[in-house]
Design a protein around this ligand. Structure first.
Ligand SMILES: Cc1cc2nc3c(=O)[nH]c(=O)nc-3n(C[C@H](O)[C@H](O)[C@H](O)COP(=O)(O)OP(=O)(O)OC[C@H]3O[C@@H](n4cnc5c(N)ncnc54)[C@H](O)[C@@H]3O)c2cc1C
Length: 512
């Protein structure tokens, strides 16, 4: 029986813990309570081919198309082919998907050629999934450590030996035969994000410090429609899938002029369309008009959004609601092969923390919960197997990366100012956000270099998070500077075209 440490309790960590507990000793470490994660807030659903008029090949094709030439096809094939089996597992874990009669009720979302989005509790797919898995893991894991912060990953002799964790008793070491990192994304890099406070990219930063290779970090997906109120509550893509339209301050639809798929164009196109319209109308948010769907339908199909609108004094069955883009999903992360294996033997990365290559430059809506489930399951299947020497570089065996960046730890002895999170988030939003330029990226880097993290000896959870955000902000900015083209979730105003010769990943490692 091996000792496996799973980090994070979103869907990826919960699936990994539940599956690994069948054969191993499992310690699940999570920095808040077990139910807190991005997963918990997921609304629209999980994409998978479960109806007879849909095919795996079409799901693959839609995913590849959205990924803007950057998807790694073997990962996409695994994602789509293993999806139906993993949906079956979720049902067995007690997830009750919405149904029409005996069949799953299927939603349509942007850039999907079929209605293939399974949902639960109307628009509460994440919460329903998380609740069922939390219950399972409470029964099956050997030990659960909530409110325990993973600070660093410990590597000895080119193999993971465990993790350094911080809790109320201070810093401790937990030994492990293997570590499954499932600590999610880094929405908190940006001033406006749909992500909850726990998404500070700690796992990516810790893996990077430990020497793991990152990839595709310049690709950040901005969701087109967050409610234009503090907290940026997400208005799911599924609302547009059901027929809601975007209108400008004059009440005119504008997406039809920008893309043939109009409101259902890929996310980056819609997000930039909204941003451009907002600039044209002096920064005023655009409006999402769902009134044609009727109050009764909206309340029944989207109960959480209806409740959120009401809490801000909005009646979306009667009036169009103000929306704006917000940072939503990080396509980049720790580079892995199709079994979640990173460049450090014994360290697996699954879910949003990982970059499997399945999303390419732009994630297809509702493919991220699916990716978390599929690859968490595969990582557990691979436990105990020989670590392949080519993980994860198997991905670029046929075409070398566009750039292999090595980041030097800055010399902080001369930097006085400890990083302030709001200032960092504002800088990232303004200079490294939806539309980027060389000069803004360079100026962001200069500013980032002028900040230092708090002294490691005296760090509490938020200080570790700020240190991690500072490190990751540098990686995103460096990669965004190196990619002199526009593609998916990376748009350069000074290089607005996509260059087919650049459809290769940018990788990053820490310079020793
Ligand atoms: C509002 C919203 C709606 C979404 N809707 C959809 C949707 O409909 N369909 C879809 O496919 N995707 C959706 N997504 C994206 C999707 O929810 C995430 O990509 C997915 O849930 C990621 O799962 P995960 O397990 O990798 O990470 P998370 O669910 O983010 O879990 C990460 C876990 O790691 C823990 N953690 C983090 N750092 C540390 C640390 N240092 N030490 C210990 N623990 C740590 C966190 O506390 C958390 O428990 C949505 C996201 C948001 C924010």
């Amino acid at each position: 029986m091996a000792k496996i440490v799973v980090i994070g309790s979103g869907v990826a960590g919960l699936i990994a813990a539940a599956e690994a507990s069948r054969h191993h000793e499992v310690i699940l470490v999570t920095k808040a309570n077990l139910a807190e994660s991005n997963t918990h807030y997921a609304q629209g659903g999980i994409a998978a081919v479960v109806s007879t008029d849909d095919t795996i090949a079409e799901h693959v094709a839609d995913t590849m198309f959205a990924g803007a030439g950057m998807c790694w096809e073997p990962a996409v094939e695994v994602l789509c082919a293993e999806g139906p089996g993993r949906i079956n597992d979720l049902v067995n874990f007690g997830v009750e998907f919405d149904r029409t009669g005996a069949d799953f009720a299927m939603g349509l979302e942007a850039a999907h050629s079929h209605a293939r989005i399974l949902h639960a509790g109307g628009d509460a797919t994440g919460a329903v999934t998380s609740n069922a898995l939390v219950e399972t893991v409470r029964r099956t894991a050997t030990e659960i450590r909530e409110y325990t912060f993973v600070a660093d990953i410990v590597v000895d002799n080119n193999h993971v030996t465990g993790v350094q964790v911080l809790d109320a008793d201070g810093m401790q070491f937990i030994a492990a035969d293997a570590v499954i990192l499932a600590s999610g994304g880094a929405g908190q890099l940006y001033r406006h994000t749909t992500n909850p406070a726990v998404t500070t990219g700690d796992g990516v930063a810790a893996a990077f410090r430990a020497g793991a290779e990152l990839a595709d970090v310049e690709f950040y997906q901005f969701h087109p429609t967050a409610l234009a109120v503090p907290g940026s509550f997400l208005i799911s893509e599924a609302v547009r899938g059901e027929g809601a339209v975007l209108i400008d301050a004059n009440g005119e639809r504008f997406m039809q002029k920008i893309h043939p798929l109009a409101e259902l164009a890929p996310r980056d196109v819609v997000a930039r369309g909204i941003q451009r319209t907002m600039i044209e109308q002096g920064g005023q948010p655009v409006l999402l008009d769902a009134t044609a769907l009727g109050s009764d339908f909206l309340a029944q199909r989207f109960p959480s959004i209806t409740k959120a609108c009401r809490s801000y004094g909005l009646n979306w069955g009667r009036d169009p609601i103000p929306v704006t883009p917000a940072a939503h999903y990080w396509m980049g992360g720790i580079a892995t092969d199709t079994f979640g294996r990173t460049s450090i033997p014994g360290l697996y990365a699954v879910g949003e923390v990982a970059c499997t290559g399945a999303h390419g430059a732009n994630r297809l809506a509702s493919n991220s919960l699916l990716e978390s489930i599929v690859f968490a399951h595969r990582a557990v299947r691979a436990l105990g197997e020989q670590w392949p020497e080519d993980a994860p570089s198997v991905r670029w065996a046929n075409a070398a990366p566009l750039a292999e960046l090595e980041l030097l730890e800055p010399d902080h002895t001369t930097t006085a100012q400890v990083v302030d999170r709001v200032e960092l988030q504002t800088l990232m939003w303004d200079n490294v956000g939806l539309a980027r330029t060389k000069s803004e990226l360079e100026s962001a880097l200069t500013q980032l270099h002028s900040w230092r993290p708090a002294d490691p000896a005296h760090r509490l959870f938020p200080d570790w998070e700020d240190a991690n955000l500072l490190l990751l902000a540098r990686t995103v900015t460096e990669a965004a500077l190196a990619r002199e083209e526009s593609r998916g979730g990376h748009y350069r105003l000074d290089f607005p075209d996509t260059d087919p010769a650049k459809a290769r990943p940018i990788t990053l490692v820490r310079k020793a």
